[in-house]
Design a protein around this ligand. Structure first.
Ligand SMILES: Cc1ncc(COP(=O)(O)O)c(C=O)c1O
Length: 424
């Protein structure tokens, strides 16, 4: 039923008043979009010095002319940036072009089609198929990679300090076809979870109970994206894996997409030297080398880690007030009246909102009809199916604070209306 359609049951006065508010918003013909976690222009402006920073000097520290072909592993000075983000030595890091997602896709695609352990190890030859553990809600594009490659996804719950490790371990013990798990360990997309030390230790131990070509996809996309002055620190998965003898099961990813330019950053992949060799052997068929000029630009822009840290504080100064505005509105307008709940992230790009079960799709639909675009309900779950139909991902960074204010007021009106309506 459309929100304006008359119902055969008379509206109660509360519903009528909520409907009136909603119709008022609708009449404004808004066109607002809080779907994706994109940096806003003010954030992008923080890195405009990248443009022109080389001033005609294209030679790397090691004397490489960056205008030419080659350098599949990346420039050593660019690997330094990866080392700051991923807490790994530079000789265990390779640098790619923009988008760490490309590295993730390439790694899985290689494992799936060619294998990680030589002839006969391709995942797609496993009898009965391959499965991945997908902590949910999670990052929709991780799940799309699995779906695209025909890798079956098994959801496990995110429980506030990372995935439910009891579920993860039980699945692995009972299912030899599991070959991977997605992890966003700091300020997870969308829940904002920061993995606890115990969770990380248990993840580091997984290699002891899995197939040898099982991989932990440690996507540390938000490792320096703190919103407060007391940045969270997480346990060092690489050190824990080395201590457990499971280091070959770990592949880490990061990028500067949300540090410099989302569309023109540099990306990093880190793993053991033997894993990197297997990966770059295949990468060599696809590319003669990444964009080293952009790597050099980034290395000149961030010569010291302290510059990166102060740069990230400037990001926080721009986006933290947006998160605060959303939370203030949710707290004051929704409180605990609607049975909804939401996260209060200390970093990252999202607020994860849960309606009462069964209402998320309706809320997203009502918002769309009032000109506010939200990420489709269910997007944060494998196959786009939220079993409770309750989760909605809010992305506050892109709009201006006034646009955001308006979008969230509409969102709140939709949550209230959907909650007040009797179930069909
Ligand atoms: C968890 C996570 N990983 C990766 C990405 C994309 O990273 P990149 O731009 O490096 O491909 C995002 C973007 O939203 C993300 O949330």
């Amino acid at each position: 039923m459309s929100p304006t359609q008359s119902s055969s049951t008379p509206l109660n006065s509360q519903e009528a008043s909520l409907l009136e508010t909603y119709e008022r918003f609708k009449s404004l013909n808004l066109n607002l979009d809080i779907t994706r976690g994109k940096p806003c222009s003010d954030q992008l402006d923080l890195s405009v010095e990248l443009d022109g920073i080389l001033a005609g000097n294209y030679t790397s520290q090691q004397g490489i002319d960056c205008r030419n072909y080659g350098g599949l592993d990346g420039l050593s000075e660019a690997r330094e940036i990866g080392a700051w983000l991923l807490d790994a030595p530079t000789d265990e890091i390779i640098v790619g072009s923009n988008s760490s997602l490309t590295f993730m896709y390439q790694y899985i695609s290689q494992a799936h089609h060619h294998g990680l352990e030589g002839d006969g190890s391709a995942w797609n030859t496993l009898e009965g198929g391959v499965r991945f553990i997908c902590p949910s809600p999670g990052y929709d594009r991780h799940f799309s990679i699995c779906e695209h490659l025909g890798i079956e996804m098994v959801a496990v719950d995110m429980i506030g300090n990372g995935p439910d490790m009891d579920q993860v371990e039980a699945l692995i013990k009972n299912d030899p076809s599991i070959r991977g798990i997605w992890c966003v360990p700091k300020y997870s997309n969308p829940t904002g979870d920061i993995y606890s030390d115990e969770t990380i230790q248990r993840i580091a131990n997984l290699g002891k109970i899995t197939a040898s070509d099982f991989r932990i996809f440690w996507d540390n996309a938000y490792s320096v994206h703190d919103l407060t002055d007391q940045p969270a620190t997480i346990a060092d998965i690489r050190q824990l894996s080395l201590a457990a003898g499971t280091e070959n099961n770990l592949v880490q990813f990061a990028s500067t997409s949300k540090i410099t330019f989302a569309g023109a950053g540099i990306s990093f992949l880190s793993s053991t030297k033997s894993n990197l060799k297997t990966f770059t052997d295949h990468l060599g068929f696809r590319s003669i080398g990444p964009d080293k000029i952009n790597q050099l630009r980034h290395a000149r822009f961030f010569e010291q880690e302290s510059q990166l840290k102060s740069h990230m504080k400037k990001h926080a100064a721009i986006i933290q007030p947006k998160f605060t505005r959303v939370l203030e509105l949710l707290d004051s307008e929704l409180g605990d009246q609607t049975g909804a709940s939401w996260t209060r992230p200390a970093g990252g790009y999202f607020i994860s909102f849960n309606t009462k079960p069964g209402l998320a799709r309706e809320v997203v639909k009502l918002c769309a009809e009032a000109g506010v675009k939200l990420t489709p309900a269910g997007a944060s779950f494998p196959y786009g199916k939220d079993p409770q139909d309750c989760n909605i991902r809010l992305a506050p960074t892109l709009p201006t604070i006034d646009e955001l204010d308006q979008a969230i007021r509409v969102f709140i009106a939709c949550v209230k209306l959907a909650t007040a309506r009797p179930a069909d």
